[in-house]
Design a protein around this ligand. Structure first.
Ligand code: ZN
Length: 235
């Protein structure tokens, strides 16, 4: 019992040295899996607690980026299913279906769970708070997965998003920046007020709000260029 079972309910475990049984064409695909620097960045970044535990935004253990397509980056990512070996279009888990995947991604082909990563911080939080979530999660897990399947079916009915359709600046400023302001500024401040301090509105609105909105814009800028970066187009 205890920590060993902790991640098993979420269907994932961090195994740094895991050898994946699937073989990928390294000439055709860039493979994003540990220890790829971007994956390490995700795993080590403490902010991912918000993305993963609160929002349920996950990163699959393996992502393949097609090097030979000339499509924008956002349209070149594939998520391989280790169960049925289907290469799923990464955009299936974008936009309206980007969040809420606490138990991993559901494979559209075989409906099994495609394992995702947990950042180290989220993993630590999960381990420490284990008694709080173990029974609720056991109760809700299958129900949630059924919900995920319904949602997946809806996503598959519609055409997948195009990279140009996404306004990363607006998402960065209002969603990411706003959320960070709420979590890093408003909630701690509210906590202080509950403990008898005065509201520090100056700090909250004059300093922190612009700071997070600008940071959000920076994030949006980075996402915009990354997601639209064209492939080499050899095929
Ligand atoms: Zn599958």
């Amino acid at each position: 019992m205890g920590r060993r079972k902790t991640p098993a309910l979420f269907g994932t475990q961090i195994r740094m040295m895991e050898i994946n049984p699937m073989q990928y064409d390294k000439n055709r695909y860039k493979i994003w899996a540990l220890p790829h620097p971007l994956i390490l960045f995700w795993i080590l970044n403490p902010v991912m607690i918000i993305n993963e535990l609160i929002l349920g935004q996950r990163l699959p253990k393996v992502t393949l980026i097609d090097k030979e397509s000339d499509a924008p980056f956002a349209e070149r990512g594939y998520v391989p299913c280790p169960h049925c070996e289907t290469l799923n279009d990464g955009r299936i888990w974008a936009k309206a279906n980007a969040l809420g995947h606490w138990f991993g991604f559901i494979c559209p082909n075989c409906h099994q769970i495609i394992p995702c990563l947990w950042s180290i911080s989220s993993y630590a939080v999960l381990a420490v708070t284990y008694p709080l979530w173990y029974f609720p999660v056991r109760f809700f897990r299958d129900r949630w997965i059924e919900k995920e399947k319904t949602r997946l079916a809806k996503v598959l009915e519609r055409p997948l998003i195009q990279a140009v359709d996404v306004n990363w600046y607006l998402i960065g400023i209002f969603f990411w920046g706003g959320l960070m302001w709420l979590v890093m500024g408003v909630i701690p401040e509210a906590w202080n007020v509950l403990n008898g301090e005065e509201w520090d509105l100056m700090m909250l609105f004059v300093f922190e709000l612009p700071l997070w909105l600008v940071t959000g814009f920076g994030w949006g800028l980075w996402m915009h260029f990354t997601m639209n970066k064209k492939g080499k187009g050899r095929r």
